[in-house]
Ligand binder design. Structure first.
Ligand SMILES: Cc1cc2nc3c(=O)[nH]c(=O)nc-3n(C[C@H](O)[C@H](O)[C@H](O)COP(=O)(O)O)c2cc1C
Length: 336
């Protein structure tokens, strides 16, 4: 399949693996890229630019296909040394960067001078248009369903994607709630040129996280995520667990006077506990509603091959079947 996104990044399939804290290591990024998608190393999981340079080199040893790096611009008092992270990306020969969080505007000249394609993750049409204006090559349109930070507008992808298609000139991928061939074909129908998946890629054999995390994703349903930190305007969709129950209790008690220090224990340092040690009740970690569509733990290649094969079947048989009246069967079920 060829789309504006496959052409932009020089990849075989229009599938991107979004940056994920303590998940997006070289192993997963290389597996996604080797399977024909665009794998992404999560820049800030590497605590220094030197460590990121090593992670890029490790990834390069595992794949000769294009891969990218995620740079998340956090609202933080002690900002990470972004220019040095960008230098590590440039020197590592990486040609794709997924930016997220705040606008990447101040870093665009450095990224563009290094010949890097920038895809900015946005949760609204207005931010997508801003990304287009400042020279981003593409956007990842992240709907309300998404794991992580959906923003504060609460617009799901059924609305957000066609709205983006009506306004944007640059290509975009659908992000949030994407799991299988049905997601991909739906995203393409709504104007996207591919899809970005986060949560789904955690439940793969190569994802370098504790097995408890993968099992939790297989067990959970679409009812098992919840929004936290709304009062801080830093809303995050996370998987329910005992630590999150405590967090919600504190949020209820504090109401609008909630401050980040009040929930420090439930949000700080949680990722290594969950992803490395498998402590599933440690606190808040991002997870999308799409968890309700995850029923297995395939290899990344099995997952991507399955998506592409079934997407072709949906387009060639189910959709054209409706047009010529030869296939009027009911729901397109997931094979797995
Ligand atoms: C465990 C986890 C960690 C994440 N960490 C980051 C991150 O550090 N930076 C970022 O830009 N997005 C992060 N995300 C968001 C993903 O890149 C992606 O946009 C999102 O997962 C898409 O929604 P989905 O989970 O429904 O596929 C994270 C998501 C998950 C599930």
């Amino acid at each position: 399949m060829k789309t504006a996104i496959t052409e932009l990044f020089g990849i075989q399939h229009p599938i991107i693996q979004g940056g994920m804290h303590y998940v997006g290591f070289a192993e997963l990024a290389a597996a996604v890229s080797n399977a024909g998608g665009l794998g992404i190393i999560t820049g800030l999981t590497q605590k220094t630019p030197e460590l990121l340079a090593k992670e890029i080199a490790r990834c390069r040893d595992m794949t000769d296909k294009p891969f990218g790096v995620n740079l998340t611009f956090l609202p933080s008092f002690t900002a990470p040394p972004y220019p040095e992270y960008i230098a590590a990306i440039k020197e590592g020969g990486v040609k794709a960067v997924e930016t997220a969080g705040r606008s990447p505007e101040q870093y665009m000249p450095a990224l563009k001078a290094a010949g890097i394609k920038v895809i900015h993750k946005c949760t609204s049409v207005r931010h997508s248009l801003k990304a287009e204006k400042i020279g981003c090559d593409a956007v990842s349109v992240d709907g309300f369903e998404c794991g992580g930070h959906p923003g504060e507008d609460d617009i799901p992808n059924m609305i957000l994607l066609p709205r983006a298609a009506d306004e944007l000139k640059i290509p975009f991928v659908a992000s949030g709630g994407m799991a299988d061939a049905r997601s991909l074909v739906a995203a393409l129908s709504m104007g996207a040129a591919g899809m970005n998946m986060g949560t789904r890629f955690i439940a793969t054999r190569e994802a370098p996280v504790h097995d408890n995390v993968k099992q939790a994703l297989v067990t959970a349903t679409e009812l098992d995520t919840v929004l936290v930190m709304r009062a801080l305007r830093n809303t995050e969709r996370v998987l329910k667990n005992k630590g999150v129950d405590q967090l919600l209790e504190i949020e209820r008690e504090k109401g609008v006077s909630l401050e980040i220090q009040d929930i420090h224990e439930q949000v700080a340092g949680v990722y290594p506990k969950v992803m490395i040690d498998g402590e599933m009740d440690a606190g808040a970690w991002s997870c999308g509603m799409v968890v309700g569509l995850i029923n297995d733990i395939p290899t990344v290649k099995e997952l991507i091959d399955r998506i592409m094969t079934e997407a072709e079947q949906i387009i060639r048989q189910r959709l054209t079947g409706f047009l010529d009246g030869t296939d009027v069967k009911a729901p397109a079920r997931a094979v797995a």
